[in-house]
Design a protein around this ligand. Structure first.
Ligand code: C2E
Ligand code: CA
Ligand code: CA
Length: 601
């Protein structure tokens, strides 16, 4: 403080010697420093201690005493001897502490699990410690600070758990999977096999029944995969409806395929939600290390390529990677892009195949079958682009185009002839098939009774509830329904009753093997019998030989379709054929034999 000029100071105190003044100042400073340190020591929230070199406590602050369950320093010191001895839960951690002190004279942020002295309950601490040395530099004490780190460690453990475990299903997360995959693929001697698993109809479940149903399906999937893995390898959810199974070891093709088949059959088991049976199904791609890939990234990419190929080959199947797939993958990607353009570019066509009355040869109906008139690749068949369209999410557009094109073209055909259009499961479930139908029927003026939609059982299998609603909407428009490919799927007879199909089509594989396999013939006969009993028209597909047609006719089959009666042809060609048939009917008055009906070819 500055002295005011007018201020009159007290008379000066008696003079002290300079040395005494200095000493008093030193003492004063030391006392105030000691008081400061004591205050810090007493009030610090972290534990502070001084131990003898053998670990016997010499001093500790109240926080350290409290951390160990004691009320005061004195209580702590009298109760505890050899603090670092029985303290560490893992004695090796205690040894590490002592080693570090010996070699470096200090430890920093040393995290360990310890016992609270009094209660022997475990908790986590982080510790800093250092040697206090004499003037010669020899250690005489250990001092240090200790903080409770339980919260930090638990949080870290939670974070780590969250990172490693998929919170919905409880299987490993993508993060954990990638780390494990990386480790496995570094170990070329051990090898590993990767199964990429993708649910076939998950999106439909999620979109139509809601996320809770979707989550439920994902959890059941994870459980089933874990049951198959049976404690071996790693089951992970990579995101969405994508799962993986990583198995350590080197495998030949056969065990890999067996396991894939097991996965697929487990995924085909229906999942029960609200009393409904859902059939979701899965496809599997397999690649193994080091046989199919040099590193983890390549392994993952190749298993995915195999998965994509499995999906294209029809769902609920598996595919083992081989080098040709890489080429096929590129080819398919290119085709997929071209297909997008083809829809708007007018490269798609419908060909029509007759369904005839087997006893008269008269055409009752034409089935519309899609073709892609590709600029450079020529005429592509559905098997070459429909699976691709399904995978690329283009099938609804493609299918809706087919409905409207078929209705447009049907108008030029004689009125007694119906037109059948195939509907894919995706298209069926995509919100608005009934409004598409309503619009197309209004625009084209086609009598709804002339339109038949052909659906397969998988439409119903995914969700009976949706099937109920959409099928009755379609029927209320006056449009007819045919159950396609009957005999290949679940062939649940209850569906025939429940959904009042107008027609059921016996899959062509049964007709093809009619004479070779007794069972096929028996199935064909049984389906015809059911049709008769329920009053449903049965169509036999894929009839190529006259003997097949005759045998079917003898079993009471009326409606027939197959190359014997006519291949799928463009509209102008079938219009010609119809005209020729009309002429023939005028000329031939005697009843035709089936043999003469070869003219349909
Ligand atoms: P699908 O509905 O079972 O159609 C019958 C398939 O059998 C057609 O094959 C037809 O050409 C073929 N076929 C007919 N008669 C015979 C025969 O006597 N012998 C043999 N071996 N085959 C015969 P395509 O045209 O290749 O169509 C294959 C599948 O593609 C169809 O099977 C259908 O599932 C699907 N598809 C075709 N067009 C469409 C469409 O517009 N929309 C949808 N969603 N699917 C379509
Ligand atoms: Ca069909
Ligand atoms: Ca069919």
């Amino acid at each position: 403080m500055k002295t005011h000029p007018n201020y009159q100071a007290d008379p000066a105190p008696p003079l002290l010697s300079a040395a005494r003044v200095q000493k008093e100042r030193r003492v004063g400073a030391r006392r105030s420093a000691e008081a400061d340190y004591r205050s810090l020591f007493e009030n610090a929230v972290c534990g502070i201690y001084r131990d003898a070199l053998d670990g016997t406590p010499v001093r500790c602050n109240p926080a350290l005493a409290a951390l160990n369950g004691y009320a005061s320093e004195a209580e702590y010191i009298s109760a505890v001897s050899g603090a670092h001895g029985a303290w560490y839960v893992n004695p090796a951690r205690g040894a590490q502490f002592r080693e570090l002190m010996l070699s470096e004279g200090r430890v920093r942020d040393f995290v360990s699990e310890v016992y609270r002295h009094r209660s022997r309950e475990k908790f986590w601490i982080t510790e800093n410690a250092w040697h206090v040395r004499d003037v010669d530099g020899n250690p005489i004490f250990i001092e240090g600070t200790i903080q409770d780190a339980t919260e930090r460690i638990t949080t870290m453990a939670i974070v780590e758990r969250q990172a490693n475990i998929d919170s919905l299903t409880g299987v490993a997360s993508r993060f954990k999977f990638m780390n494990t995959l990386h480790e496995q693929s570094l170990d070329g001697a051990e090898g590993c096999a990767l199964f990429s698993i993708d649910l076939d109809r998950f999106k439909e479940v999620n979109d139509t029944l809601g996320h809770a149903a979707g989550d439920f399906v994902l959890c059941r999937t994870a459980e089933r995969l874990q049951a198959i893995a049976d404690g071996q390898g790693l089951v992970a959810r990579l995101g969405g409806d994508e799962f993986a199974l990583l198995l350590p070891g080197i495998y030949a093709g056969a065990p890999l395929k067996n396991l894939a088949a097991k996965i697929i059959s487990a995924m085909r088991e229906p999942v029960q939600i609200n009393g409904q049976n859902l059939m979701v199904g899965a496809s599997v791609g397999i690649a193994s290390f080091p046989l199919h890939a040099e590193n983890d990234e390549e392994l993952l990419a190749n298993a995915d390529l195999a998965l994509y190929s499995a999906k294209l080959a029809g769902r609920s199947g598996f595919c083992l990677f081989d080098a040709d797939l890489r080429m096929a993958g590129q080819h398919n990607k290119a085709l997929e892009n071209e297909l997008r353009a083809a829809i708007v570019g007018g490269e798609l066509e419908l060909h029509y195949q007759p369904i005839v009355d087997g006893s008269t040869g008269a055409v009752q109906c034409f089935e519309a079958l899609m073709r892609w008139n590709h600029k450079s690749r020529g005429l592509l068949m559905p098997s070459q682009f429909i699976p691709l369209a399904e995978e690329a999410g283009l099938m609804t557009d493609l299918g809706n185009w087919a409905i409207s094109r078929a209705c447009e073209q049907a108008v030029v055909l004689p009125e007694h002839i119906k037109i059948a259009v195939n509907v894919s499961p995706n298209q069926f479930r995509s919100a608005n098939i009934s409004s598409t139908l309503r619009r197309v029927l209004a625009e084209t003026g086609l009598d709804p009774a002339r339109l038949i939609l052909e659906i397969t059982e998988s439409v119903i299998l995914t969700s009976e509830m949706i099937a109920d609603r959409v099928l009755s909407e379609i029927q209320s428009l006056g449009v007819q329904l045919a159950l396609d490919d009957f005999g290949t799927g679940y062939s649940s007879l209850s569906y025939l009753q429940r959904y009042a199909f107008n027609k059921v089509k016996i899959d062509r594989t049964f007709v093809a093997g009619m004479f070779e396999k007794k069972a096929n013939f028996a199935i064909v006969r049984a389906i015809l019998g059911i049709g008769r009993d329920l009053g449903i028209g049965i169509v036999a597909e894929g009839i190529e030989k006259i003997e097949q047609a005759e045998a079917l006719r003898d079993e009471g089959c009326v409606l027939m379709q197959g190359y014997l009666f006519g291949r799928p042809k463009a509209l102008n060609e079938i219009v010609c054929d119809l005209a020729v048939q009309e002429l023939a009917e005028i000329q031939i008055t005697a009843p035709e034999t089936l043999g003469q009906r070869r003219s349909w070819r």
